[in-house]
Design a protein around this ligand. Structure first.
Ligand code: AMP
Length: 213
């Protein structure tokens, strides 16, 4: 399947994407994961993105479109992809539309995961992430078996730099200002499925119902 997953930080896009990849071999493409990898590697891309990311601001549209124009052409995208954290601005959505038309590809749906703000805040402050494989944990509801160590790969499980109270609050403001309108863009295109659900299983069920499987 070819889906865009929209929703505020902490809405569960990454968790839903990981579950969906297991269903049909689609690949999860998270611009946030790509950028964190670049920052960890100290590459040119990482250097350009680092300060905006740490503050919870968006990285420039040009940088993101540069990444995605390459990424969507890779071989593993042939079996489908789940775009997690992209597009995040109207110009990115417009550029993606042009890119997909040029590639002769069509998305199956754009899923907006709508979760109440208090749930989001609680999730983001208690979320922990493996810096090696990106697996997501939660100190309250889903801690790793050994504290600070990833169950899957043994990597370090930590709180992200942009999950301080200040950065979280900025990320939510940026989301409301720049990313929430992206849902309206896809509504006009007739592609939007809004799912109000706090459990990833319920989101998956709604997506399956929409795609008819
Ligand atoms: P995420 O893991 O999706 O929350 O992304 C972490 C951070 O990476 C964001 O707060 C932004 O600074 C940056 N980022 C990720 N995806 C994008 C995007 N599509 N456009 C601009 N910045 C992005």
């Amino acid at each position: 399947m070819k889906l865009i997953l929209l929703g505020a930080p902490g809405a569960g896009k990454g968790t839903v994407a990981k579950l969906l990849t297991k269903m049909d071999g689609s690949v999860q493409i998270s611009t946030g994961d790509i950028l964190r990898g670049a920052v960890a590697a100290g590459s040119e891309l990482g250097k350009k993105a680092e300060s905006a990311m740490k503050a919870g601001d968006l990285v420039s549209d040009d940088l993101i479109m540069g990444i995605m124009s390459e990424r969507l052409k890779e071989d593993d995208c042939k079996s489908g992809y789940l775009l997690d954290g992209f597009p995040r601005t109207i110009p990115q959505a417009e550029a993606l539309k042009v890119m997909l038309t040029e590639m002769g590809e069509k998305l199956d749906a754009v899923v907006d995961i709508a979760v109440p703000r208090d749930v989001i805040l609680d999730r983001l402050t208690t979320r922990r992430t493996c810096t090696d494989c990106g697996e997501i944990y939660n100190v309250k509801s889903n801690p790793p078996k050994v504290e600070g160590k990833c169950d899957k790969c043994g990597g370090p499980v930590v709180q992200r730099d942009d999950e301080t109270t200040e950065a979280i609050s900025n990320r939510l403001d940026v989301y409301n200002e720049k990313t929430a309108p992206v849902a309206g863009f896809y509504e006009k295109e007739g592609m939007l499925l809004t799912v109000e659900a706090t459990s990833s299983d319920a989101v998956i069920e709604a997506i399956k119902a929409k795609l008819g499987n």
